[in-house]
Design a protein around this ligand. Structure first.
Ligand SMILES: Nc1ncnc2c1ncn2[C@@H]1O[C@H](COP(=O)(O)OP(=O)(O)OP(=O)(O)O)[C@@H](O)[C@H]1O
Ligand SMILES: [Mg+2]
Ligand SMILES: [Zn+2]
Length: 329
């Protein structure tokens, strides 16, 4: 696992809202029922009195046992009466209990101190929405990836047409996403602008999230300037949280490597992130429109040979699809 703190706290907040909503709905149901059948309120009040009396009896001297069993008897009679009222009015037995979304955790998100499956689902959903906010996933899915944009005439690698070649890339990425687990290999997407590198990495991201993994998608310029500004403004907690997240998520996607403003700091930071992921064997997908040679010029031989040595390199071929789409409009 591994999602940002923002995502966890947003998910917690929605869970809390679910619980509150269930409780508010109960209040509305109860008020409405009491209006119709005032006896319901009487019974509920008496039940409260009984439990107060029972608690008091436990702490006082005297013949506790017979006192308690009398109270228990009274309480059972009242509960029965309430049940009957509900039944006679064709209402379900749990009409006067909160209707939680999840019975396991009663919408608290936790069972015995562990995250409930419903909470995990909510965290995933929140991560998905967050990613969607950055870049509309619906626009960058496998379904919306159209191999028709690649030429059937122009040759890509070897003897294949760009179309055949990119269809293979597409199938590979789909399979990669479907079979993704913590042992998956890392990928290096390289190629000129507008060929679908970001599109396919987002498609992989959403499918991997759907399968329950923690995915962090960042663009190199954004994350580096974020790390840099927290470094130099002394917000070290933030920086540590960010770095932890980058290191611990199941899949890290670094988009647009090489388009950031390169400084000694960014060089060291990117090396650090990538190297730590590679050392711990955690998958990373990097996209760049620089060639290996150009990457070396920017980051030096040491980092680039690590990246090229460990990640599976996937070249993208074709003509700028961003341009083609603009022309069509
Ligand atoms: N095969 C495709 N089918 C449909 N839309 C595509 C395809 N490839 C790319 N696009 C669309 O074209 C635009 C540019 O693609 P994308 O952002 O993936 O390019 P890129 O390779 O990441 O380019 P850059 O190097 O500039 O970041 C996007 O709107 C994307 O959704
Ligand atoms: Mg891109
Ligand atoms: Zn639950």
């Amino acid at each position: 696992m591994g999602y940002s703190m923002e995502i966890y706290s947003a998910a917690k907040k929605s869970m809390e809202n679910r619980r509150l909503l269930a409780e508010q709905e109960l209040d509305v149901r109860r008020d409405e029922l009491v209006m119709r059948i005032p006896r319901v309120q009487k019974i509920e009040q008496e039940l409260v009195h009984i439990s107060v009396a029972a608690a008091r009896s436990v702490f006082s001297g005297g013949d506790k046992e017979s006192e308690l069993s009398a109270l228990k008897e009274k309480s059972l009679v009242l509960q029965d009466e309430l049940k009957n009222i509900l039944k006679e009015n064709d209402l379900p037995e749990n009409y006067l209990d909160p209707w939680y979304n999840c019975r396991e955790c009663r919408d608290t998100g936790y069972v015995d101190g562990r995250m409930c499956t419903c909470m995990k689902q909510l965290v995933r959903q929140t991560a998905y929405e967050e990613l969607n906010r950055i870049s509309p996933l619906s626009l960058c899915s496998f379904e919306s990836f159209d191999t028709g944009y690649y030429s059937k005439e122009k040759k890509a690698a070897g003897d294949m047409s760009e179309y055949d070649y990119m269809s293979k890339v597409f199938r590979f990425c789909k399979r990669y996403a479907m079979q993704f687990d913590e042992y998956s290999e890392g990928l290096l997407f390289s190629g000129k602008t507008g060929l679908g590198k970001t599109h396919l990495s987002l498609a992989i991201a959403s499918s991997v999230i759907e399968n329950g993994y923690g995915v962090v998608y960042v663009s190199a310029p954004n994350i580096l300037s974020r790390l840099e500004s927290s470094q130099f403004s002394g917000r070290s907690v933030e920086r540590t949280e960010d770095e932890q997240l980058l290191q611990e998520c199941d899949l890290l996607i670094i988009d647009d490597l090489g388009t950031e403003f390169v400084t000694k700091f960014t060089q060291a930071a990117i090396y650090n992130i990538i190297n730590t992921r590679l050392n711990s064997g955690k998958p990373v997908i990097i996209s760049t429109n620089l060639s290996t040679k150009e990457l070396e010029d920017v980051y030096g031989n040491r980092m680039v040979s690590r990246i090229v040595g460990v990640l599976r390199k996937i070249e993208f071929y074709g003509s700028d699809i961003r341009q083609m789409k603009k022309m069509k409009k």
